[in-house]
Every structure is written in structure tokens, then in C-alpha cells.
Write a protein that binds this ligand. Structure first.
Ligand SMILES: Cc1ncc(COP(=O)(O)O)c(C=O)c1O
Length: 447
């Protein structure tokens, strides 16, 4: 029979081979392991020693004992190791800001400083609605940048648009309520609406945004209207001022709610932006949803809603039965980022870069005969296509391009055909030309 230390060594080796214990992970100290398992420390030391001798583990002095970077398994796996990072964006990939331009060193400094200066009281649960310092920073940003007057109490922090939608509907909706939604529109929010038993009522979008006349005519009983007024997602058009007034008047008359998804309004390259619905909201019927996913980065998982003052108590009651899903440390660092002026600087810089990147992509698309739909802002483009966009997209995807078919964003079929694509992670005119050449080949079925 094996000695005890050999059994331990065998168990450890099995855990490394199965991937349960990853390369580079730190093992508990022999003292801790011995105490936890009621065995002698010498036994654990002998097991570690055996595996160090065989190359499975390595000792790094005071830092401890680690699964070796050059363990027999790691060496065997090396030839098939992936070259790129699995999160590296694909050409044209939508929904991402420019990852190369985010000031990561500054972000690391701010989070590091917060981490180092935490007190023991910062280890407790935070406010379920989000930390006051971040809600204040967002209220300031909304006032100066979006002309929206609101108090920090009106802001509720969430982990993203879907959570914002769930919170809104759980607070204000009853099953069976109807919601106007843009057609075509952002498909990924549909499950969050369906989950609350709210019925999606598709409304066509034209060059002035959602057709409010059509909506009032077809679905007069709706209780919600969900809109992307700044840049309609995905067509990029702005909701015209007359329609903004029209939908606000409709909501006031019918005691209905407007949900304004202002996901990327910071990015406008020509002319003055129209005021957000929320800033025109005298009747107090607009719930505003914002996110840092496009203005900073999506892995931050930080978004917010701004609700009318009269609804604060209802939202507060709802949120108090849960916890804020954004870690408090993250919230503090983000508040510092905004309050120290880095957010404004970053947005200003990004507008310049995005205008440039968009120009590169537009020029390359035009060079290859694609027809780009004109639009004033946003971080994606629409290209018109005659005929079947889905088959072009399928061929493009085989070439590793992440374009999407406009017809897939339609609720009622058949919809307009087109290609949806982003330019944010495109870093040169030459890269734009290469991507578009691939797209052209996919469109024309050339090998
Ligand atoms: C139309 C639209 N709204 C909102 C969002 C924000 O989503 P989140 O905050 O969950 O990242 C996105 C992200 O892609 C979007 O495209």
C-alpha cells in the first residue's frame, strides 16, 4: 500500500492533469493543509517534495508552492496552446468600444489606490441601489453632458441593460402589459421583457425614428414605449423633435412609461445632438437607461437607470430586496474616474478616434462599391444590400468576419436587408481595406 504522502501526491497529480488545478495556481502551505486535514506537516511536505522533483510543482521561496508553468502536462500541451486571446474582437464586431484606447494604466492606478486605502468598513455590503459617490458622479454627468436634471436618489446602479430592464418592469409593469418596441431593434433585450410577461408590440422605424403615429394607431393600449432616440439601434437615425414631443404627450395622456435607452449617445460626429427625451420630460414619464459598456468597456458591467422623483420610493422598495451586483470597489474607482475628469477626457478623445476610424471604414466600403447608409453618430454602420443579407453574413462569418444581417434584427418579416458592422477596433486605413476586401469576397462568393 502507498504511504500517505504518495496518496496525496497522486491526488494532486490527478487534479493537475484534469485541469482542476491550473498551471500557476498556488497550493496551500503545508502547515495549512496539515491542519485542515488532521495529518502531519511532514507528510504534506514529502508529497510536495515528490511532485517538485517530478516537475509538477515548483517552489517560489516565501511566495509558496505553485503548479509548475513547465509541468509535464503544460509542456505536452504547449504545441496546441491558442495563439490569440479568446476575447480578441473579430473584424467588424459590434457592441465593443475601442479596446486599444482605454487608459488601462490609469484605471489600474485608480482601482489600486481604492484597494489600498479601503478601511475594514468597506468590506461590508454596499447600498443595494449603488454607492452614493457613484450615483452623485452620474447625476453630475447627466446634468452637464445630457441636460438631465436629477438627484442622486433617482439613480439606481445595475450590472447592465438587461438588469435595468428587469428592475423597471418588476417595479412598474403587470403581466400582460404591452410595450412598443422598435422594429428593427436590439434583439438581446427581448428575453428580459418576455420574462416579466410584458408583450412586445413592434413599431416600424423610418428616417425619423419610431413611427409614433403608427404605434398610437396600432397599439393604443400600450403601457410602455422602448426607444433608442439618440441613434436608433441598429439604423442609427435620431428620433425627430416632433416625434419626441408626440411620444411624451402620448405617455402623459395615457399614464404610460417611456424607457429611453441612451446606450451610445456620447458618440456623435456632426451637428448638435437632439436633447434626450428625459431632458424634455416635464410630465415625468421617462425612465432613462444608461451604460458604461460603450463609453468605457463592457467588462465593467456597470449601467444605471434614472427614474422620475415620484417613482424613487417604489424603485427603492424593489431594490432593497436585492443587492447591488457591481462590487463597491469598482463603483468607487469608477466614481473617481468620472469626478477627476478622466471620463470627459476619454470621451473627447474617443470621439476623435471614432470619427477617424469610421472614415477609414466608410472610404474602404465605398471603394469596394458598398452603399453606406448615412448617419450622424454611434459606433456602428449600416450597409445596404439588395437581396439576401443572411447568406452574405454566413459566408462572411466563415471568413472570420463578425458582420450581422439587418434582417435578423427585424421582428416582423420580411424586413430590410443590410449589413451591420462596427469600426471601433479598426486601427488603420489599411486594416479597413483588408477587412472590406474580405467582405467583398464573401458577398461575391469569390474564393
Ligand atoms: C441598443 C443597446 N442598448 C444597451 C446596450 C448596453 O448593454 P449593457 O449595459 O448590458 O452592456 C447595448 C449594448 O450592446 C445596446 O446595443
Amino acid at each position: 500500500m502507498d504511504a500517505r504522502y504518495q496518496q496525496i501526491a497522486r491526488q494532486l497529480k490527478a487534479a493537475i492533469t484534469s485541469g482542476e488545478l491550473k498551471t500557476g495556481s498556488r497550493l496551500p502551505s503545508s502547515r495549512t493543509w496539515a491542519q485542515e486535514n488532521g495529518i502531519s506537516r511532514t507528510t504534506v511536505e514529502q508529497a510536495y517534495g515528490e511532485l517538485v522533483a517530478q516537475g509538477w510543482l515548483e517552489r517560489r521561496g516565501q511566495a509558496g508552492t505553485f503548479v509548475s508553468q513547465t509541468s509535464p502536462l503544460a509542456v505536452a500541451a504547449a504545441p496546441v496552446a491558442q495563439s490569440g486571446n479568446e476575447h480578441e474582437p473579430k473584424p467588424f464586431q459590434m457592441g465593443l468600444p475601442a479596446l486599444d484606447l482605454f487608459p488601462r494604466a490609469l484605471w489600474a492606478r485608480l482601482t489600486g489606490r481604492r484597494l489600498r486605502t479601503q478601511s475594514r468598513f468597506d468590506l461590508t455590503l454596499g447600498d443595494p441601489a449603488g454607492e452614493a459617490i457613484l450615483r452623485q458622479a452620474i447625476a453630475d454627468y447627466l446634468r452637464f453632458s445630457r441636460s438631465i436634471e436629477c438627484q442622486p436618489e433617482q439613480i439606481f446602479i445595475t450590472s447592465g441593460y438587461a438588469q435595468s430592464m428587469s428592475l423597471i418592469l418588476q417595479t412598474l409593469a403587470s403581466p400582460g402589459d404591452g410595450m412598443w418596441v422598435e422594429d428593427p431593434g436590439f434583439p438581446l433585450i427581448s428575453p428580459a421583457i418576455d420574462r416579466e410577461g410584458v408583450q412586445r408590440l413592434p413599431v416600424p422605424v423610418d428616417q425619423n425614428g419610431m413611427d409614433i403615429d403608427a404605434a398610437m394607431h396600432r397599439w393604443p393600449q400600450a403601457r410602455f414605449a422602448l426607444l433608442t432616440p439618440a441613434h436608433q439601434s441598429p439604423l442609427g437615425v435620431a428620433l425627430s423633435l416632433p416625434r419626441r414631443r408626440q411620444v411624451l404627450a402620448w405617455a402623459a395622456r395615457n399614464s404610460a412609461w417611456i424607457i429611453e435607452d441612451d446606450y451610445d449617445s456620447e458618440f456623435r460626429y456632426h451637428g448638435r445632438p437632439l436633447p434626450p427625451l428625459k431632458s424634455l420630460d416635464a410630465p415625468q414619464r421617462v425612465i432613462y437607461t444608461g451604460t458604461f459598456s460603450k463609453s468605457l468597456f463592457p467588462a465593467l458591467r456597470t449601467a444605471w437607470i434614472a427614474v422620475p422623483a415620484a417613482q424613487v420610493a417604489a424603485f427603492r422598495q424593489r431594490i432593497n430586496s436585492s443587492q447591488c451586483s457591481v462590487p463597491t470597489l469598482w463603483q468607487y474607482a469608477l466614481a473617481d474616474f468620472i469626478q477627476q475628469g478622466h471620463f470627459w477626457r476619454h470621451l473627447k478623445k474617443m470621439r476623435l478616434h471614432y470619427a477617424q476610424r469610421r472614415e477609414w471604414l466608410e472610404a474602404a466600403l465605398m471603394q469596394y462599391g458598398f452603399n453606406v447608409v448615412p448617419q450622424n453618430g454611434g459606433i456602428q454602420l449600416v450597409v445596404e444590400i439588395d437581396g439576401d443579407d443572411k447568406s452574405i453574413v454566413a459566408r462572411a462569418q466563415q471568413r472570420g468576419l463578425a458582420v450581422q444581417a439587418l434582417s435578423d434584427w427585424h421582428i416582423t418579416q420580411p424586413g430590410r436587408s443590410g449589413l451591420l458592422m462596427s469600426f471601433t477596433n479598426l486601427t488603420s486605413a489599411e486594416m479597413a481595406r483588408q477587412w472590406v476586401a474580405q467582405l467583398y469576397a464573401a458577398k461575391n462568393k469569390t474564393p
